[in-house]
Design a binder for this molecule. Sequence first.
Ligand code: FES
Ligand SMILES: [Fe+2]
Length: 363
Amino acid sequence: MPMKPLEEASTIPKAWYFDAAFAERERERIFTRTWQCAGRVDQLPKPGDYITTDIAGMPVVVLRNQQGELRAFHNVCRHRAGSPARGTGNASFLRCHYHGWTYDLDGNLKNAPEMDGTLDFKLCDYGLTAIKVAAWGPLVFVNLDPKAKPLEAWLGDIPTRVAPYKLDTLRFADHVEYEIGCNWKLYIDNFLEGYHVPWAHPGLNQVLDYRTYTVEPHDNYVLQYGPLKEQGDASNPLIAFKRGAEAHKGLKGEAALGSAYYWIFPNFMWNLSPDVAQSNVVLPLGPERCRVIFDFFYYGDVSPEVRKQNIAYSDEIQREDIDICETVQRNLHSPAYEAGRFCAKRENGVYAFQSMLRRWLDG
Ligand code: FES
Ligand SMILES: [Fe+2]
């Protein structure tokens, strides 16, 4: 059922945040059909480099072939479903650990030991199943849906809008993960509004100009941006730190104005600012658990102190958000709650997400 207009709508039913059958429907309808971040380009610099991961609960291998192109496959052997690749590494071939069937880096089956007595068996019929793969800036994305539109088309005008942030020049520095006791959608809901900032993030609230904080919903993404406060208590370490970073920013245009927070349906976020970029992915681990992954990128070399400061700055906000998300997850089970209403002024981003969710589940 489509959502009513924002001013009249209710939030999605609470069961969507803990029902196991609903989570499975999301996996099938959303996670197996949308572009998912699978890793970083810097993990695959040379031909033969490969990484393995899980996308929507399915094993996937992403690699660089002999021509230097990115390729991705279901990491499932066509013999009896062993794993052609395990972990990460560099190899000229993918050799299944079970009976040694060997695939080249384009997924063609090149050798299958002792199969000469098997009738109607042709190597060319048993290649690995390819998956769509594409890079965007320093990140690699895959899509399990053979009919999915190309990443470039899916991203629409976003790459142009973020051009001032020069994503291609970003260098990976740090990886941080959190496991949170909440449904993945609670994390996204919370990410998509600034309404909670004055109440839940006292530190951030001193830095961010809440009055001009803007949430801009689009068809498949939401952009949020908010300039830093002109005035502020310089003894606040967050303000002092962010001001310092602002002072030696190397960026021009839009990017120099401050931070932009992009969320792209369903579970990918870029937190972009003039001095540091953070990719943020939320993975469901079950109806009431998720993993939140941050990768920190910089423009050139940064000192260990700056890296530590940025991780600490982000961690403070994360802890505040995790507390909220886990509390809400528990409260959703209360008989006193079914669904809520949106703040029409401040929760247009959450509304946009929940509308997309309904469209994808119905479509
Ligand atoms: S399952 Fe891969 S070789 Fe047998
Ligand atoms: Fe928050």
